[in-house]
Design a protein around this ligand. Structure first.
Ligand SMILES: Nc1ncnc2c1ncn2[C@@H]1O[C@H](COP(=O)(O)OP(=O)(O)O)[C@@H](O)[C@H]1O
Ligand SMILES: [Mg+2]
Length: 597
């Protein structure tokens, strides 16, 4: 889906963006909300910015005076002017220090709150949002797009204002020195501006495209590194390299095209700059000859012209920087505009018993609404009962668990918990009453203790240890020199599947849920750790409603009821004995398959 968007509509998108640029700026200004708390600091910084710009504008004037004084050979005046010049430089140094420091304060605080707000919003979005996007892409939103804004806030905006000030004040001062010369110079300016705008648009297009390509090449790196074991096991290093090379080679092409335009732009600006300086000098010398101008004035004039010219040249670059920043804010706003999972968490309703009812539930994933995954599924689990869910892979078993957790809303029918519609509970209260032990347990970077504590951050040390004991995990935890303080996760020790599973079970025990969901929790284990995990699970399932999805049918024979799911429909249900005594059926088929009959 994303692929299509990348290739076919790119040029259309660009056109739209150029046309809507005013709207885009307005949209980006919404991020101003994050600057607002620091507005006071920002304004003081702005004042220093204006002061330092003014101080630098005095420099050409004083230099001109100096030249005239030297020409007239008045030593006293020369010394005075030199002293004033020194003072102006000192002031400028102080102003610049505060300008940079104050803007940095505003930038850092603004960015931190923007980062925090984006992250907070991101993790509260609907599951659907995450199943439609790649992790790397979202990651780059938070890191690179916000970094781009950092540059804009710290330097680009300040520089932009400074250059504009220099241009305007410069032109006023220029016309005060000599109207005729200024007219000559200004005759050249509109030409520069028109061409600059055309160039700017062109350059923006390329830089946006290059940015997109860089983002998608980063996604390749991230995916490959995440699955590096798979890459190596399949000896696909070469394939991954080529995939990356293709993308990065594309970046060269686009960037070089962009560079051609930027280069042409730079040389055009330089040509204009020097062209106009020569023209001004030539005409200025004529005016000096005619006694309409002193040499010092001409000197001042030329310096101002250089200032103004340089600012004009610089502004184009800043302009494209700003455009990039607007692109980045668009990306961020896209996330901030996504609807959160739950906006009105007012319901006080809590799950007390843990009875679960599915009443003719039909469901299709929002991203593939044409494929019905569940079709009129009905079943009920009494509080405290243990229900097993079996069926071929792809039947929709995990989907059922997602629906109980309300990761998605159903299309038809009703799910009730304790005889109340699932939608009537707040997500917080709903999920607080549930725990899931999945097949692939993800441990977060941190200690074993912290990972168990994740089940209930309010628990104390004794409770965590008791949970680990019940989960049959205490033995292996104590076998590590650091015990509970052993670091696990990406940077720590790698635990085996069975060990991770038992940590997840300890986590669930600590959470003490009313409803427990085990999604193939023992499927990937060897028989030794399966035994340990199975014992731990039985401990965990005591006195609570549990829904067990099992791959190995031998583990669920004691269940109160077994539901057999096939192709989104419940095709059989009953106890092990009931299903086993049938002449034929899917349960029996599955069982025979597993026993190798
Ligand atoms: N997030 C999703 N978006 C779209 N389709 C999905 C998603 N998750 C699972 N599916 C599809 O739903 C069907 C049932 O999946 P699942 O419930 O995981 O099966 P099971 O757990 O029984 O193996 C599969 O065809 C799968 O491709
Ligand atoms: Mg599954």
């Amino acid at each position: 889906m994303r692929k299509n968007k990348d290739t076919s509509t790119n040029s259309e998108e660009e056109k739209k963006k150029v046309k809507l640029s005013l709207k885009n700026i307005k949209k980006s200004l919404r991020l101003f909300k994050y600057v607002k708390p620091h507005l006071g600091t920002f304004i003081i910084g702005l004042i220093f910015l204006v002061l330092s710009s003014l101080a630098s504008m005095i420099f050409p004037y004083l230099t001109g005076q100096l030249v005239d004084a030297a020409n007239q050979e008045i030593l006293e005046k020369i010394n005075d002017i030199a002293l004033v010049l020194l003072g102006v430089f000192l002031l400028n140094a102080v102003f610049s220090y505060f300008r940079i420091y104050l803007f940095a304060i505003v930038t850092q605080k603004t960015l931190a709150s923007l980062r925090q707000a984006t992250y907070d919003h991101l993790i509260r979005l609907k599951m659907q949002f995450f199943s439609e996007r790649r992790v790397g892409e979202l990651n780059s939103r938070i890191s690179s797009d916000i970094s781009l804004l950092q540059e804009t806030l710290t330097t680009t905006i300040a520089e932009f204002i400074r250059q504009i000030l220099i241009i305007f004040i410069g032109i006023v001062l220029l016309s005060m020195i000599s109207g005729k010369l200024t007219l000559l110079m200004l005759a050249l300016v509109p030409l520069v501006v028109v061409i600059a705008v055309i160039f700017g648009k062109k350059i923006k297009g390329f830089s946006k495209k290059a940015q997109d390509e860089i983002a998608s090449s980063n996604i390749i790196v991230e995916e490959t590194l995440q699955g590096i074991a798979t890459v190596k096991a399949f000896v696909n290093e070469g394939f991954e390299y080529l995939r990356y090379k293709k993308k990065t080679d594309e970046i060269i092409g686009i960037s070089l095209k962009g560079a051609k335009w930027r280069g042409a732009f730079a040389s055009f600006i330089i040509f204009c700059l020097f062209g106009s300086i020569i023209a001004v000098i030539w005409y200025g010398v004529i005016l000096v000859q005619a006694d309409q101008l002193t040499i010092g004035d001409l000197f001042t004039f030329i310096l101002y012209s250089v200032f103004v010219g340089a600012s004009l040249g610089g502004i184009a670059d800043l302009y494209s920087q700003l455009q990039k920043a607007i692109g980045a804010t668009e990306n961020l706003l896209e996330i901030l505009d996504e609807e959160k999972e739950e906006s009105n968490a007012s319901s006080e309703l809590k799950i007390e018993k843990g009875k679960v009812d599915f009443e003719e539930v039909s469901f299709a994933y929002p991203s593939r609404s044409d494929i019905q995954i569940l079709k009129d599924v009905s079943f009920s689990i009494e509080a405290g009962q243990q229900i097993a869910l079996v069926g071929p892979s792809g039947a929709g078993k995990s989907t059922i668990t997602s629906l109980i957790l309300r990761f998605f809303n159903i299309n038809k029918g009703q799910i009730k918990i304790d005889d109340i519609a699932i939608e009537d509970y707040s997500l917080h209260n709903l999920r607080s009453a549930m725990a899931i032990v999945p097949q692939d347990v993800i441990l977060f970077g941190g200690t074993i203790f912290e990972n168990i504590l994740y089940g209930n951050p309010k628990a104390n040390k004794e409770e965590v240890e008791a949970a680990a004991t019940k989960a049959n995990a205490i033995e292996f935890i104590h076998s590590f020199p650091e015990g509970f303080e052993t670091i696990v996760g990406e940077r720590g020790i790698q635990l085996s599947g069975g060990q991770r599973q038992r940590i997840a079970i300890a986590r669930a025990i600590l959470k003490n849920p009313k409803i427990l969901i085990l999604d193939e929790a023992t499927s990937s284990l060897d028989s030794q750790s399966e035994k340990l995990v199975q014992e731990a699970l039985e401990e965990l399932m005591k006195n609570r409603t549990s829904l067990v999805i099992a791959h190995r049918l031998s583990t669920i024979q004691k269940a109160d009821k077994i539901l057999v799911l096939n192709d989104g429909k419940i095709v059989e249900s009953g106890t092990h004995e009931e299903l086993n005594s049938k002449e034929k059926g899917l349960y029996k088929d599955l069982k025979h398959l597993q026993m190798g009959v």
